[in-house]
Design a protein around this ligand. Structure first.
Ligand SMILES: *Cc1c(COP(=O)(O)O)cnc(C)c1O
Length: 403
């Protein structure tokens, strides 16, 4: 067995140092639970950082999407449009509500929801066949995958045009921005995740953000068992136990102090891989690109569109075996795994998942290409210089890249 300490992870927790001060403060005041000053402070930090009016600290990003769907009025049988190229946590809360996901593929510039396909999907869902009832989708869930901002401008315009609220899954994109406006501030409702592998972590946690005070207040109500205002326990609607604890929020307050450092380091790591692995961007139509736009190394990166700033949560590469002498992304992944270096394929699109095989899907093939050829590289802000060099060494070795 290899020494687990030596393993190089994709992304592991990286504490800044002040987290314990906030936790100690909670211990001293015996404010272990419920809620308390760390929760309030963390919510303020998040509002301030994202420029959002209101934030509710909760147990996970998944809980955030669930609450957002409830607040958008999603009921059993309703349809919800969701980016196909994402982690299952984006889509699963649609099923929690008994609703039906409708998946939309990505565009090649950001790898996120294709606005043209989104509109096509909406029009198609609105078109009523004979004897059918019109089913206007109740919400749109767009994701900023790997920290790269989606084309929110266009997506929000389409949402407005058809009167459908947009839920922004910013779980991977805290610290990213579009035209200097922070991700987490675009959606009618937005969510963040502080899971262990995210850019900052509270060990596990999330947030729901919005500008309407009443709606975020309602989310706090739902997240604390939906207790009516009465001295006894009285309930008029179903509630959840989704609120963040005061201890966990203490970790979050400490992590907020190092968030921008983490973003800078992750961007440096991305630059390091880019400078050393061929300097080729993938742009335009990704499938055609793999065939037509030869890379000196057969390795491609995702370029940051001009208006976008990505936190580069994970560095992702596309490996074209036709240019690497037949070496595939899976060959590279397995070779690095032998060295105890964790790499992973890009997210398997939801429309390809057994769980969602029956769901409607509006596609263009982009996410399938990304899944087939893409690989996530170790990108943690706590990686040492030596670890970066080690990953690069074995990447070059497997890809037969000479200096
Ligand atoms: C991590 C993640 C989530 C879920 O967040 P949790 O806090 O782990 O529940 C949702 N969507 C995306 C895109 C994620 O990466």
């Amino acid at each position: 067995m290899a020494d687990q300490k030596q393993r190089i992870y994709l992304s592991s927790p990286h504490m800044g140092g002040e987290e314990l001060d906030f936790i100690n403060d909670a211990f001293e005041k015996n404010w272990i639970a419920p809620l308390g000053s760390n929760v309030n402070g963390f919510e303020k930090d998040l509002q301030h950082y994202t420029g959002r009016g209101h934030a509710a600290a909760i147990t996970s990003g998944t809980a955030g999407i669930h609450l957002a769907l409830i607040l958008c009025g999603v009921k059993p049988g309703d349809e919800v449009i969701c980016q196909s190229f994402t982690f299952a946590a984006t889509a699963n809360p649609i099923l929690y509500q008994g609703a039906k996901p409708v998946f939309v593929d990505s565009e090649p510039d950001t790898w996120n929801m294709d606005p043209a396909l989104l509109e096509e999907a909406i029009i198609d869902r609105l078109t009523v066949g004979e004897g059918e009832e019109s089913s206007k989708p109740k919400a749109i869930i767009a994701v900023h995958l790997y920290g790269m901002p989606a084309k929110m401008d266009k997506i929000l315009k389409i949402g407005e045009k058809y009167g459908i609220p947009v839920i922004e899954d910013s779980a991977e994109a805290l610290g990213s921005s579009i035209d200097n406006r922070k991700c987490g501030s675009f959606g009618n409702l937005s969510i963040l995740s502080f899971n262990g592998n995210k850019i900052i972590t509270t060990s596990g946690g999330g947030a729901l953000l919005g500008d309407d005070e009443d709606i975020i207040a309602k989310s706090r109500f739902l997240a604390t068992q939906a207790r009516d205002d009465a001295p006894h326990y009285q309930h008029s609607e179903v509630g959840y136990n989704y609120r963040m604890s005061n201890i966990v929020a203490g970790i979050g307050r400490g992590q907020m102090k190092v968030l921008d450092d983490h973003v800078n380091i992750r961007r440096q790591i991305h630059q390091f891989y880019f400078d050393n692995l061929g300097q080729s961007w993938l742009s335009g139509d990704s499938k055609a690109d793999l065939k037509n736009q030869a890379s000196p190394m057969g390795v491609y990166f995702l370029k940051e569109p001009e208006e976008c700033f990505s936190n580069r949560w994970l560095t992702t590469i596309i490996i074209n075996p036709e240019e690497t002498g037949g070496v595939s992304r899976e060959d590279v992944r397995l070779a690095l795994e032998k060295e105890n270096i964790e790499c992973r394929p890009l997210w398997k699109p939801m429309h390809m998942q057994p769980l969602y095989s029956e769901s409607p899907y509006y596609g263009n093939g982009v996410s399938e290409v990304l899944f087939e050829f893409g690989l996530c590289l170790p990108s943690g802000s706590n990686m040492t210089e030596g670890e970066r060099e080690k990953v690069l060494y074995f990447l070059k070795k497997e890809l037969r890249i000479d200096d």
